[in-house]
Write a protein that binds this ligand. Structure first.
Ligand SMILES: [Zn+2]
Length: 472
């Protein structure tokens, strides 16, 4: 016996080194190789100790030699001695019912809100004589004068107006009603044309009163915002409809984010979110999830998520990089606990539109949708999901296996149906009961022990011949 123990000492040392390595290696293939080496070591050791078909006796922990040998129990289960458990650093945790808080972080860029764009266009053909805003990025107030255009047709139309006004004045005292009526109509159509070319009622009144035509017209800013594009230059001839400036109202912006496929279950339309510029993390802006692309980008495995973000200080400038953060409290059935949204109705096109009752959206006219349909639940109605720590299941492809501790030292492999990962937990759909203890550390070692015994394991689901055979 003594020489056997002496011989086994280097083997033990190797096993401990391997276990240490295993602890640091997370990738499946690398682990598998190490585990196979370890398993081979255990097998060789067990064989050398129990050569001749001796059954393992209850071992004292100080007898390092035989303590490593696992004992088979059920078809998927194994018993490990206290020493083997310690060596494999086995740890267990209960499957629990609890709400899980998930923080989803995404990266993306700021864009202007397409619904908050306005164009400064020439309403009449002519030559740009002055531009009052030289640079993109400049902010303008609504009605600010932006362009001064010289326009020959404008002069003609004004002369028609002045002529018509004079006629009306001449006919006001005497004259046939039918003639007067015609003159009035001429005034009206001349006024209409000038109005369509962009002159204000006051400007037209002024021309009619002073009877002095002008050959220039000013174009004013249609909204307050930031000039994001300029297409006109002084001296350029423009046609009716030519776009000279584009103005964006940046008080609310779009934040275009990329969400990973695995994070999508925890991002919902209408949810509150944060947008933080990468360069100034202190300047966070409030927003809402306004769009989730139903299609994934095949290459990146991400989906576009759009936030509508408030931008009161203008920190979210177009093209600035941002982090988008969504925080979700996950309930059973993949629902999201949200006291603010639960029980409400929302416009499916604009999450800003919320109501306590059904109805139609005052903005776009379509039917409001119950927030429950977007997956929101009130705290008092929410049920906690059954979860296990992420380290518990061994996952390959569609299969997931956990090792359940039946009693101290006895472990049984069990296939479970997992829901999505929620932060540091997996949601368990099927296969486990609340309170059952699952192995959260050392499960790879247990799996390899089962494999070695030719039993069904994660690596070898059907069981059968162990990779390391030893005859008697
Ligand atoms: Zn709407």
């Amino acid at each position: 016996m003594i020489p056997v123990i002496v011989m086994s000492l280097p083997l033990m040392a190797a096993a401990i080194v391997l276990l240490r390595l295993l602890h640091g290696v997370r990738e499946w293939p690398a682990r598998a190789v190490l585990l196979a080496m370890l398993a081979a070591g255990i097998a060789g050791l067990a064989y050398s100790v129990f050569a001749g078909g001796r059954t393992p006796a209850p071992e004292p922990p100080e007898h390092a030699g035989h303590a490593m040998a696992p004992t088979a129990v059920g078809p998927r289960s194994v018993t490990l001695s206290p020493y083997a458990r310690e060596l494999a650093e086995i740890a267990v945790a209960p499957a629990r019912r609890q709400f899980v808080d998930v923080e989803v972080r995404m990266v993306g860029k700021v864009r202007y809100d397409e619904r908050r764009l306005a164009y400064v266009t020439a309403w009449i053909g002519g030559r740009i004589d002055r531009l009052f805003v030289a640079f993109t990025g400049d902010t303008v107030e609504k009605d600010k004068e932006m362009v001064w255009i010289y326009s020959p047709p404008l002069r003609t139309a004004q002369e028609e107006l002045i002529q018509a006004v004079r006629t009306v004045e001449r006919l006001s005292e005497s004259g046939l009603p039918i003639v007067k009526e015609t003159a009035d109509r001429t005034v009206k159509s001349a006024r209409d044309r000038l109005r369509l070319w962009g002159l204000t009622a006051r400007q037209i009144d002024e021309i009619a009163r002073s009877k002095v035509p002008t050959d220039h017209i000013s174009i004013h800013a249609p909204i307050t915002g930031t000039v994001i594009e300029r297409n006109g230059w002084v001296g350029m001839w423009v046609d009716q409809g030519t776009r000279i400036y584009t103005i964006a109202d940046l008080s609310v912006v779009w934040v275009m984010l990329d969400a990973y496929e695995s994070d999508l279950p925890w991002i919902r339309y209408g949810q509150e979110a944060e947008a933080v510029p990468k360069t100034s993390p202190g300047e966070k802006c409030e927003g809402k999830v306004a769009f989730i692309d139903p299609f994934l980008n095949d290459r990146t495995r991400t989906a576009n998520v759009r936030l509508n973000a408030d931008n009161p200080k203008g920190r979210l400038k177009p093209d600035v990089f941002v982090n988008g953060i969504v925080r979700s409290r996950v309930a059973a059935g993949g629902k999201i606990v949200d006291p603010r949204l639960a029980g409400k109705w929302m416009c499916p096109r604009d999450p800003e539109v919320m109501a306590d009752d059904s109805g139609t959206c005052p903005g776009c006219g379509i039917e409001l949708v119950k927030t429950a349909e977007f997956g929101f639940v009130a705290p008092q109605e929410a049920e906690p999901p059954l979860v296990v720590p992420v380290s518990a299941p061994l996952i390959t492809g569609k299969r997931a296996l956990v090792y359940v501790q039946l009693k101290e030292g006895e472990y049984e492999g069990r296939e479970v149906v997992l829901g999505p990962r929620a932060g540091e937990f997996y949601i368990v759909e099927h296969g486990l009961d609340e309170g059952e203890l699952v192995v959260v550390r050392g499960n790879f070692t247990i799996d390899s022990a089962l494999q070695l015994m030719g039993k069904p394991s994660m690596m070898n689901p059907k069981g059968g011949a162990a990779p390391m055979r030893h005859g008697h």
